[in-house]
Design a protein around this ligand. Structure first.
Ligand SMILES: Cc1cc2nc3c(=O)[nH]c(=O)nc-3n(C[C@H](O)[C@H](O)[C@H](O)COP(=O)(O)O)c2cc1C
Length: 198
């Protein structure tokens, strides 16, 4: 196949299946996004949480969201049997929660939410009330997608009483807080440039 690449642009080969595709991972790391904790009860009713950024709003009518979950992650199989799951959008003060819910675990491990304020969502899973917002979902569809499953959820409740203010963001493999753009520049972009050139 002849690849068409515009003059002056060098093509970066995509290594594709079976390899770690580092260029793809590096490119996606540059896409900043909000940090959420996906929470669900496992089949015996234990609390499970996973730090996620592959989250999107999908539809307003009906209200649908999606989250992409690694198939070999400990939380994955619970999504196939749970009555519901929730997404807590973390606040800047919850980096400790982002770390905790992204640690390596094995099937059968359990999570302890008691370090943080939380309440039970409609299907019993915990929602971290210190987040900036949270959506409680009924399962809508599970879509096979490579080494991930796309879980589509129908939003049945936006959790009231959330206390967080600024959302926690993740970009360039670092947690950051949002900042204002003044005259096209920010302190954050300066700091990011400096850390890249260091
Ligand atoms: C900022 C951040 C975002 C993440 N986003 C996702 C995600 O969207 N989906 C997912 O399945 N795992 C995501 N992960 C990975 C899990 O949170 C967790 O680190 C991983 O499943 C740990 O298991 P492992 O060490 O066995 O791979 C993310 C991790 C971090 C730190």
């Amino acid at each position: 196949m002849v690849e068409k690449v515009p003059a002056g642009v060098s093509a970066v080969p995509y290594r594709g299946r079976g390899e770690r595709a580092p260029e793809f991972r590096d490119a996606m790391a540059r896409l900043g996004g909000g940090v959420a904790v996906l929470s669900v009860l496992d089949p015996v009713g234990r609390d499970c949480g996973l730090t996620v950024t592959a989250v999107s709003s999908v539809s307003l009518e009906p209200a649908l969201v999606l989250v992409c979950v690694k198939k070999d992650g400990f939380i994955h199989d619970a999504l196939f049997v749970a009555d519901g799951w929730s997404l807590t959008f973390l606040a800047v003060g919850q980096v400790d929660a982002a770390h905790y819910f992204s640690r390596s675990r094995y099937p059968g491990d359990r999570d302890d939410f008691s370090t943080w304020d939380y309440r039970r969502a409609h299907a019993g899973e915990p929602v971290l009330t210190g987040g900036v917002a949270a959506v409680e979902c009924e399962p809508h569809e599970l879509v096979d997608a490579g080494d991930h499953t796309i879980a589509l959820g129908r939003v049945v409740r936006v959790t009231p009483g959330m206390t967080g203010s600024a959302p926690l963001l993740h970009v360039d493999r670092a947690y950051i807080a949002p900042g204002p753009i003044v005259d096209g520049t920010t302190d954050a972009s300066d700091a990011s440039e400096q850390s890249r050139s260091a």
